[in-house]
Design a protein. Structure first.
Lengths: 166, 166
DNA sequence: CCAAGATGCTTGAAGTCTCAAGCATGCAGT
DNA sequence: ACTGCATGCTTGAGACTTCAAGCATCTTGG
């Protein structure tokens, strides 16, 4: 249960850090819960699935390799497999063999999937805006984004495309 | 699928907002994943459960009413019920009838639970620090915390203790 | 005191996610 | 061409969460 690094007394969080950390944990809990509920109610899908549809809609020809999509959405391939399986049942997404790599699969956004996304987007954006951006000044938005970017960058495997460094 | 409010074209996110939003989504995904993995590996529990043990350890006499605990941790009562059931099996928490309200239950942190928490805390704090606080300036920590607090406040039912207003 | 509704918590089923394992294909070195 | 390992993706089982429903206890108004 202990790694060598843990045996030394760690640097605990300062009071300020503790407060910010608790604020983050609460915000992220409430936010995920809020958006999941909103999307489940209005579109019958969890927030992550919505994100997947969005990524696909942004992609050229509305299709992406599974691994690529998983990385873009920051989820595991396994999770994506299950998610696509589910959305395939709903007819929102279709699998397609990859021409150049017989192991590969493309996830393709269907017309039905696109329509669902278009119908759902306004309500979802409103929810996000109401929960966040209508409450923050442009400066705060920027600061919040900067912090998030730094955190995200720190957590991406140093060279996600340089696996031999890991 | 549409509520009246959705029929008007919504205010889409500006480019800056969109960027901050994507940064947040990615950061929160990566972070939850990272901490869940760390705690699962080192202590056999998901991040939420760790949070519950922490709240209990902070409470007077190491015990809290179920509803109180659920609200503190920003999770549903149902989720808490399942979580406590699981941790009760592990012997980390014990249920106790509430003296003044026969419907009520207290969740009580056991000695074993406290020990698990103490053993786990250093590694977890280090993970949090490495992922976040060692990467942000004190000013950024403050700004990040402020934004999170605003978001969290906006999502708590206006008067969580004033249900008749909802 | 009683009925009716509110509150506190739990339950089971269905949905989702994780983890480890597995299959098929690609690729590098010989 | 062949072996051995890497890569791309899927699968099933078990863990966790959600949702709706349920039971028991309080509380309020008559």
């Amino acid at each position: 249960m202990k790694t060598p690094a843990d045996t030394d007394e760690p640097r605990w969080l300062t009071e300020d850090e503790q407060r910010s950390w608790q604020a983050y944990v609460q915000a992220s809990m409430l936010l995920e819960d809020h958006l999941d509920r909103q999307l489940q109610r209005d579109a019958g899908m969890p927030h992550v699935y919505y994100g997947l549809l969005v990524k696909l809609s942004w992609a050229p020809r509305h299709r992406m390799r599974m691994t690529e999509l998983a990385e873009a959405a920051k989820i595991t391939r396994s999770r994506l497999s299950h998610a696509v399986a589910r959305m395939e049942k709903d007819g929102w997404v279709r699998r397609e063999d990859c021409p150049d790599d017989k192991r590969g699969q493309n996830a393709v956004l269907t017309d039905k999937g696109l329509k669902v996304l278009q119908d759902t987007a306004p309500g979802h954006v409103t929810a996000v805006r109401t929960a966040i951006f209508d409450r923050l000044t442009p400066e705060q938005v920027e600061q919040f984004g900067t912090a998030c970017r730094i955190i995200a960058d720190g957590l991406q495997p140093a060279g996600a495309d340089l696996p031999w460094l890991r």
